[in-house]
Ligand binder design. Structure first.
Ligand SMILES: Nc1ncnc2c1ncn2[C@@H]1O[C@H](COP(=O)(O)OP(=O)(O)O)[C@@H](O)[C@H]1O
Ligand SMILES: Cc1ncsc1CCOP(=O)(O)O
Ligand SMILES: [Mg+2]
Length: 270
């Protein structure tokens, strides 16, 4: 499945279809998430009023739920929109930001997963470790440190919730619990841009909006996003200009760059 050609087709499809993305996210990442969605060709709407979320989710190409700034109000927004998305056959992406930081976050994620069928869970290693019940020293919203095997944790979470899991980091690991891929693109400046993981989740939503194959959507989104950051990082001096260049590189991504630089491996049988 890891054919650069398929990433290119999906990238073109997002640009052609311009899918509406319903995003419920945190106030730190909200603006970069909307700009990044526009840069890849999608059409974001950030909405969480209980009166409208079900209606918006049902007409969207995908729904993205990000728990970065949870409140009782936003939890209900996520439940209502998630149920409506499921009913309408709209794929849902979940970003369990800081799931390892507090019991409240972890329990909220678990309750959401019980009520809402999720196509892709995207998180860093600390967040996925929390969902896998693995001991890990996560640090707030950052990945932190741990000894657990990332692929093993991701597989377990994927199989538990019958979903695709995309674990971001220096190397991204994407699995549905049966097939596993690694993306080696990226740049060390990524963790210095707050909301860069959150934007990854929004890009996952843009790609899963245009294919019913959540695994291929997730591998393509992870690759194109990490590669855009890699190219951005090569052009800039620090986090401020990285953010600007990242938006530009998402917009400027093309077939030639993907063919030349995408570094994705199928590690299923390793
Ligand atoms: N050390 C790193 N080197 C290269 N790329 C990285 C590194 N850390 C994260 N990335 C990339 O940064 C993007 C955001 O991931 P990450 O920083 O793990 O998210 P989060 O903000 O949720 O912790 C991903 O595309 C990932 O590939
Ligand atoms: C700093 C912070 N605090 C609550 S949400 C948030 C943003 C986290 O963004 P990311 O996980 O993408 O780095
Ligand atoms: Mg981060």
């Amino acid at each position: 499945m890891v054919k650069n050609q398929r990433f290119i087709e999906l990238m073109d499809e997002v640009r052609k279809q311009k899918p509406l993305l319903h995003v419920i996210t945190n106030r730190v990442a909200i603006n970069d998430s909307a700009n990044g969605a526009l840069a890849v060709g999608a059409s974001p709407i950030m909405a969480e009023a209980h009166e409208e979320v079900a209606e918006i989710a049902a007409i969207s190409g995908a729904l993205e739920l990000n728990i970065g700034n949870l409140t009782p109000y936003s939890i209900e927004s996520m439940r209502l929109s998630g149920r409506a998305a499921n009913k309408a056959g709209v794929p849902v992406v979940l970003d369990p930001v800081g799931a390892g930081a507090t019991d409240f976050r972890l329990q909220t994620v678990q309750k959401l997963l019980e009520k809402v069928k999720v196509a892709i869970i995207r998180g860093n290693a600390g967040e996925i470790a929390a969902l896998a019940g693995e001991k890990w020293a996560a640090k707030g919203v950052d990945a932190g440190d741990g000894n657990g095997d990332v692929t093993d944790m991701a597989n377990r979470v994927a199989l538990s919730w019958n979903t695709v899991v995309a674990v971001s980091g220096a190397v991204d690991t994407i699995t549905d619990g049966r097939r596993t891929y690694r993306v080696k693109n990226g740049h060390p400046l990524f963790p210095y841009m707050t909301g860069s993981g959150c934007l990854n989740g929004v890009i996952q939503a843009a790609y899963v909006a245009v294919t019913s194959n959540a695994l291929e959507a997730s591998v393509a989104a992870s690759t194109i996003y990490a590669l855009a950051g890699q190219l951005a990082g090569e052009k800039c001096a620090g986090p401020g200009s990285f953010r600007q260049h990242l938006m530009d590189e998402l917009y400027l991504m093309n077939e030639e760059k993907i063919q030349r630089y995408a570094a994705v491996e199928d590690v299923t049988d390793l």
